[in-house]
Design a protein around this ligand. Sequence first.
Ligand code: PMT
Length: 220
Amino acid sequence: PQSLPLNGKRFLITAGPTKEKIDPVRYVTNHSSGKMGYALAEEAAKMGAKVILVSGADNISAPAGVTLVKIESAEDMYNEVMKYFPESDVVIKSAAVADYRPSHVYDKKVKKQAGNLMIEFERTKDILQELGKNKDRQFLVGFAAETNDLEKYALQKLERKNLDMIVGNNILEAGAGFSGDTNIVTIFHKDHSVKKLPLLSKHETANEILGEIILKMGDD
Ligand code: PMT
């Protein structure tokens, strides 16, 4: 149907946490459930977009009409995102990607021993920053999960990562952020316009975010 607003657009969306291995038994991760990213993928597909969803989330089923690419680590996510980036029109990075991973992955289980265990961490690649450097026509949307100074940090990320738009959520606010079915977000555009949304379901939030993307993409 030609009348759908995202007909013919290719979306690349990331969702969920990453898992960074310590040994064959243990890993480091975060509280992302994938709900925000899956809601974006489902609503974009309903609006006619072709959606690739790169996801580290478990226990959540793939939205209808979306191509799901499952990953585990930040490095896996980097590789898959880079693969699909050139053919994408819009990229939305709602995944909670690890900033650090253990610098050494043990190939055997680490056994209990006397005293404390020290694990050294090294930085992962910042996927979004890399996309910002390499983008040509792509409309690039980041997320910012903050506990304080949301506007300041969101605007810094928008600038530093060369984004078109960033969606900020304060993860300490009741009803916002990780795991639940609702979110409270503020959308910051590169033209400095701001849209503050109330408490909404993640699907309603996704629809609002997609509406802003459609509005701004049309400006270019
Ligand atoms: O999955 P849910 O349970 O529904 O929760 C939703 C959510 C809280 C995870 C989501 O709304 C959200 O805020 N996602 C971004 C989480 C995050 O990692 O934010 P950040 O401020 O640390 O990172 C900023 C941006 O850079 C993000 O777009 C992130 O995907 C990206 N990033 C970060 C690190 C890294 N190595 N590579 C990246 O691309």
